[in-house]
Design a protein around this ligand. Structure first.
Ligand code: AMP
Length: 285
């Protein structure tokens, strides 16, 4: 497996792979890899001969009071982890390589980035859209795989691809969970033991709401109330938002007459860790 740190070397690798007739797949990550990331890698390798995983803790997507500095970094372990899983190349540039001096260009996606996670994380999706477009230009993948856990991110990236006429196919891969239902996340490492014990409540709340939907309930309000009432059983998991929105424009749905994203973000009481999860009702991302 190749470990690449320079943009020019990454582009050469991809041009070479494509010249040999191989398809290139990209899995963008921030590292501290877990089985969720690995499943994206496996999805990519089903579609492509050359799978590139990027590992880059993107400063542009963190707010000033967020966890950029303490975000877990473990590149050596990450490389061993994905090499064993058949990854062809890891692209791990430095911040300076991606944002050199005088860097000034950002991608701003209107309308859908100020809601849900964007409401409490101003600038987050501007940073995500910018780095992902840069990665697409550097790696030149035919497909890129993202996790459905970050549903708004998938929707924003699909918007960028469509709006800017990019020729990359976006694939959303299902959320990988711990045995008790908690969505795997690099940030789960921040949780205290008590918070970790309560955290599966989020998935349980989403599954109860899905049960209501499957039983015929179509009221957005009833679905959200169901999630909130189950989250209220916990002492340490405080909802930041619970929303039912459509899967394209992220507009609230009073009545679920088309595929709906039921999305939740919570903040834990002891360590202030932010946890997100979701389920799509009546469709896919
Ligand atoms: P991150 O490194 O957390 O920024 O995530 C990199 C990619 O992995 C994103 O597309 C995430 O949506 C995806 N991802 C993170 N956690 C999971 C999970 N538990 N299951 C599936 N994909 C995930």
């Amino acid at each position: 497996m190749k470990i690449i740190t320079k943009c020019s070397e990454m582009a050469d690798y991809s041009l070479d792979a494509r010249a040999r007739g191989g398809a290139v797949g990209l899995v963008p990550t921030m590292g501290a890899l877990h089985d969720g990331h690995l499943s994206l890698l496996k999805t990519a390798s089903r579609h492509c001969d050359n799978v590139v995983m990027s590992v880059f803790v993107n400063p542009a997507q963190f707010g000033p009071a967020e966890d950029f500095e303490r975000y877990p970094r473990q590149l050596e372990r990450d490389c061993e982890f994905v090499e064993a899983a058949g990854c062809d190349a890891v692209f791990a540039p430095s911040p300076q390589e991606i944002y050199p001096d005088n860097y000034s260009t950002y991608v701003n996606v209107e309308n859908i980035t100020g809601v849900l996670c964007g409401a409490s994380r101003p600038g987050h999706f501007r940073g995500v859209a910018t780095v992902v477009l840069k990665l697409f230009n550097i790696v030149m993948p035919q497909i890129a795989v993202f996790g459905a856990k970050d549903a708004q991110q998938v929707i924003v990236i699909k918007r960028v691809v469509e709006d800017l006429n990019l020729s990359v196919k976006i694939i959303a891969a299902p959320t990988v969970r711990e045995p008790d239902g908690l969505a795997m996340s690099s940030r789960n490492a921040y949780l205290s033991a008590n918070e970790r014990a309560e955290a599966p409540l989020i998935h349980r709340a989403l599954m109860s709401a899905k049960g209501l939907y499957d039983g015929g309930e179509r009221g957005g309000r009833s679905i959200m109330d169901c999630v909130r009432s189950i989250l209220n059983e916990g002492r340490l998991i405080n909802p930041e938002y619970v929303e039912v929105v459509d899967t394209t424009l992220l507009k609230p749905l009073d009545s679920i007459v088309r595929p709906a994203l039921l999305a939740v973000a919570c903040r834990t009481a002891e360590t202030g860790t932010r946890l997100i999860d979701n389920v799509v009702l009546g469709g896919d991302l």
